[in-house]
Every structure is written in C-alpha cells, then in structure tokens.
Ligand binder design. Structure first.
Ligand code: HMG
Length: 385
C-alpha cells in the first residue's frame, strides 16, 4: 500500500515580537507566570499587512518549486481568520503563487482543527491519486484583546504542508481517532475580531479530548502506546501541551516518561517564541520536534493530537521518514524567529489596535521584510502584492 504523508513543511511568522517579560511588567504580573506557568517566552506581533493569505503565501512559497507546482491539484486552506465571508483564502493563495488552475481550492473551518481536517482529506485524495500532490495550509492570527487573560496566549503565523505519496518527512497512519461535541469553550461571533473564551473550561475540555482520543486510538486499533517516541500537541500556549502530557504519563514506565518529556521540550522550542497560530500551532510543534530533537530517527512513531475549540479532537500516528531532518530548513526557521524585531508594549499595542481595519477602501504599507503583503482594499476588493 502506498504511504502518504507530509513531504515538505514551510513556516512563516512576521518579523515583530513582544517579549513576555515586558508584557508581565506592564500588566503587573510575575514574569514566571508567563514564562513558566503559561510556557511562553515571546509572541509574534502581526502587522495589518500580514493577513492569513499573505502569511500563507510567505510560508507556502518556501516549499513550492517547479517540480511540484503543476502536480498540486488540491489546495486546502485551514483558517479561522478568513478574509472574506464567501471567497476562500485558497483562491487568493493560488493566484498569488501562480499555482495550477486545474485544482480544487477551498477553505475549511473548525477553529484550530482546520489544518488537520485538510491534511486528512488530502491524505485520502493522494492515496487514490499517488502521482498528485496537495497543498494544506494552516494560517491564523490569535487575538484576544489588550489586558485580557488570553493576551499572553496570542501570536500568529502560517504553516504550509505538501502532502504526497512516499513523503520525505512523515507518513500518516490510515487509522485515526476523532471526537466532536458542541462545546462553548472558545468562539468568535461574526464581526468580532477578537476571540471570546472560557479559558479554564477550554483547558479542561482540551485535556478530556486528548485522553479520549489517545485511548480510543489505542483501544480501537489495538495500538501499544509504548511504541510512541514522542507526542506532539496543538499548542495554544506551550504549558497546555505539557499539562495534557502529564495526564497520560502515569500510564508509562519512568524511562518512557523521561523520553516523552525530553521530546516534548524539542516540540515546543519554536512555539515558545511564536505563541498561538491556531490552525498552524500543532504543525509548528511538529516542525519544532523534527528540527530540534537529538534522538529521533527514521522509523520512529510520533503521536499527534489536534484540537479545535467548539470542539473537535483527533489523534493519529506519524512515522518519520529518511528525509525528516533538513539542516537548511531548520536553519532558515531559526533565522526567521531570531531575526525578528522586539517591540515594546506601546509599540505592540499600536500594531494591535491597527488590526481593527476600517470599512471600505484603504491602503496598508507593505512590510518590506515579507515577500507577500496585503496592501489594502480598492473598489472593495482585497489587494495583495
Ligand atoms: P489565567 O487565569 O490568567 O492564568 O489564564 P492562571 O491563573 O490559570 O495561571 C496559568 C498557569 O500559571 C497556572 O498553571 C498557574 O499555576 C501558573 P496550571 O495550573 O495551568 O498548571 N502560575 C505560575 N507559575 C509559575 N510562577 C508563577 C505563577 N503564577 C501562576 N508566579 C489561560 C490562563 C490559559 C486560561 C488564559 O490565558 C486563556 O484564557 N487563554 C486562551 C484560551 C486557551 O488558550 N485555551 C487553551 C485550550 S483551548 C485551545 O487550545 C483552542 C484554541 O487554540 C482556539 C482554537 O481552537 O481555535 C485556544
């Protein structure tokens, strides 16, 4: 049977960040609450020129080349930061990157779960069309509002994944355990540009969905969880994944617990610096794991937990392939994160408030550090450059 999975991963986050020490000082909090209690060092600050489409184009342009461009005939854009109520972000992206027009291109939404929904659909498609490729995007801006409890869990960015047969990075299990239920833990009513959240409740539901889906996977498919070398999580803030990991750890030997905790640290290196990017967070954590782990090798199995508020959970297994390490990719990811500019709290607040865009037509100054930008609205049509 043909193996299908992730062949390439491209990541983008804008070039500004807020240091959590600065935020803690301004908000009169103990810095350790943010650094340890929440598990975040920094968060990316997203200028108006980087909407979900522009960030996706910046991420995807890193993995599109002349060998795969015309083979992509499925483009799935997972986002909860959509730019239009009707037209999908995938069509904007297809045009910006000059992708194959003989393609299915559409947007998908279920909070942070959207990219996983796209990935699973793409997997099924490539299984029956192994000579084709699919592009799956997770691109979002996490916004809760100034001086809210959720503020420390903001961030943003995009992940682009090329899904193919005989993938270079990771094959994906045929089986998967999933669970959905109507839960009001986090939502964003139409016209709100910040999320509403019942924070502690959302943490509890996340943990419940994790325990349910990982156990369902092991029970239904007779899978021994001791085969896992690592577990990667959707990371709205990195302590969340650690809290969920601690729920399952007592089921393992001490040696296995240490192994899983060590790999967890590798899986949160990037997320600690970027913050939440909603749909992309789980796959940024996977990228962080494969770029930073010193122990993993081809053939190792990784448990993958996706969560989207509202709520949807899914657990599946990835098997690392021979080409999962790529020094050029990891150096470029590190450079992107390290070369961002630090904003003070006043500067961050200004960029945040600029995110409340006016109605009608307007212009936005492009960010010179990004290849693709949203540059405003003309004749009530979004403009990209
Ligand atoms: P809070 O009430 O400000 O924080 O909200 P807290 O009082 O619960 O403290 C947080 C942690 O810091 C606690 O640790 C404290 O003990 C610790 P925990 O009990 O959780 O292990 N702490 C300290 N540690 C060290 N030194 C100190 C110190 N002080 C306190 N001095 C909350 C925190 C996460 C609820 C808030 O930021 C929030 O509402 N965030 C947004 C919601 C969220 O991220 N939920 C996650 C699950 S839902 C999800 O993942 C989906 C999502 O991505 C959306 C989607 O699907 O689209 C959000």
């Amino acid at each position: 049977m043909t193996e299908v999975g992730i062949d390439k991963i491209g990541f983008f986050t804008p070039n500004f960040y807020l240091d959590m020490n600065d935020l803690a000082e301004d908000r009169n909090e103990d810095p350790n609450k943010y650094l340890i209690g929440i598990g975040q060092n920094k968060q990316s600050v997203i200028p108006s020129s980087q909407d979900a489409v522009a960030m996706a184009a910046n991420a995807a342009s890193k993995i599109i080349d002349e060998t795969n461009r015309n083979k992509i005939d499925l483009i799935i854009f997972g986002t909860e930061s959509g730019v239009d109520n009707s037209k999908s972000a995938a069509i904007y992206l297809q045009n910006l990157l000059n992708l194959n027009k003989n393609a299915r291109a559409f947007e998908i939404k279920q909070a942070c779960y959207g990219a996983t929904a796209g990935l699973q659909m793409a997997k099924e498609y490539i299984k029956s069309h192994p000579d084709k490729k699919a592009l799956v995007i997770g691109s979002d801006i996490a916004r809760y509002g100034l001086k809210t409890a959720g503020e420390v869990t903001q961030g943003g960015g995009a992940i682009a994944m090329l899904i193919s047969s005989n993938p270079n990075i990771m094959s994906i299990s045929d089986d998967s355990a999933f669970h959905s239920e109507d839960i009001m833990d986090f939502w964003r009513p139409l016209k709100n540009n910040v999320a509403l959240v019942d924070g502690h409740y959302s943490n509890d539901i996340y943990e419940q969905f994790f325990m349910k889906t990982i156990h369902d996977y092991s029970d239904k498919f007779n899978y021994d969880l001791n085969n896992l070398k690592a577990i990667t999580f959707h990371l709205p803030y990195t302590k969340m994944g650690l809290k969920a990991l601690h729920k399952i750890l007592p089921e393992f030997s001490q040696t296995k617990q240490n192994e899983l905790l060590t790999e967890f640290e590798s899986s949160r290196v990037y997320n600690k610096e970027v913050g939440n990017l909603y749909t992309g967070s789980l796959y940024l954590s996977l990228l962080s794991l494969i770029d930073n782990s010193k122990n993993l090798k081809p053939g190792d199995q990784v448990g993958i937990f996706s969560y989207g508020s509202g709520a949807q959970g899914e657990f599946y297994i990835g098997t690392l392939k021979d080409g999962f390490k790529d020094l050029k990719r990891s150096n470029s990811n590190l450079k992107l994160i390290e070369e961002r500019t630090r904003l003070n709290v006043d500067e961050y607040e200004k960029v945040f408030l600029d995110g409340d865009l006016p109605d009608g037509n307007f212009e936005i100054t492009p960010n010179k550090k990004a290849r693709f930008n949203f540059i405003g609205v003309k004749d009530l049509k979004r403009q990209y450059k």
